[in-house]
Write a protein that binds this ligand. Structure first.
Ligand SMILES: Cc1cc2nc3c(=O)[nH]c(=O)nc-3n(C[C@H](O)[C@H](O)[C@H](O)COP(=O)(O)OP(=O)(O)OC[C@H]3O[C@@H](n4cnc5c(N)ncnc54)[C@H](O)[C@@H]3O)c2cc1C
Length: 208
């Protein structure tokens, strides 16, 4: 790394798991994404041969940005799937759970909440498809990828709260396969760049 050149002085390397000086921290205790263990990585006096360099010297920033674009697209497709399943589950519950002599889905407040969930799902899905289509064509897609990541992660968080509300008390109970979607969604607004950073990227692409 050449500190004089700041961001442009960073070079990317592959650090093999068995490199002396690479140490993994203890697994983090997390609120969600329990099937995806995470920990800190420590690089202490690691010596990495030039043969393990990714790209050319000083291209680390570009390598990072390119890989983040793919991560922000592909990883979040899983959340679109979650939104789809969550909506189907909430609609089914609203059709079958009865209160006040009718299914709760016949109460406008519940039906409108489901309509908002549908709107979030479909707009997030279309933004993701557009971003991936552009990436497949090799076209620049910084704003499009950030728009998709922001829309999907915020939709996942908001719609998970809506799903809990629609399920009432059982939505909060760990046995009913509803609340875990909120716990899994909150980190989506953090990893791969927080929602604030996505908004910054979108604003920058608009020339601000
Ligand atoms: C489940 C999970 C998995 C992760 N996986 C990885 C991984 O594989 N690899 C990896 O390297 N990291 C990973 N991370 C770390 C993640 O990328 C960071 O947590 C995230 O980028 C935020 O950085 P930070 O935690 O240092 O928060 P900070 O940067 O300290 O931010 C704290 C708050 O300040 C806001 N903020 C910071 N800077 C600005 C700014 N310039 N303008 C406006 N607001 C700002 C942030 O948006 C946030 O709200 C993971 C995190 C989670 C939760």
């Amino acid at each position: 790394m050449n500190r004089k050149h700041g961001y442009l002085g960073v070079t990317a390397f592959v650090v093999a798991r068995d490199t002396p000086g690479l140490r993994l921290g203890e697994p983090l205790m997390k609120m969600g994404l329990k099937s995806s263990p995470a920990c800190s990585l420590y690089l202490e006096g690691c010596r990495v041969p030039a043969a393990r360099r990714l790209g050319r010297e000083g291209q680390g920033g570009a390598v990072f940005q390119a890989s983040m674009q793919w991560e922000r697209s592909c990883l979040f497709a899983g959340y679109v799937g979650m939104l789809e399943r969550q909506l189907a589950q909430a609609v089914e519950y609203a059709r079958t759970r009865r209160q006040g002599g009718k299914p709760i889905g016949k109460h406008q407040a519940v039906a409108h909440r489901l309509a908002e969930m549908k709107l979030r799902l479909e707009s997030a899905r279309l933004l993701l498809y557009r971003a991936c289509w552009l990436r497949d064509r090799g076209a620049p897609a910084v704003a499009e990828v950030s728009l998709a990541k922001l829309a999907i992660s915020e939709a996942a968080r908001l719609s998970s709260l809506d799903a809990i509300q629609i399920h009432g008390g059982i939505g909060f109970a760990a046995d009913y396969n509803v609340e875990h979607m909120l716990r899994d969604s909150v980190p989506a607004t953090l990893f791969s760049g927080t929602s604030e950073i996505q908004r910054d990227l979108i604003a920058r692409e608009m020339g601000l």
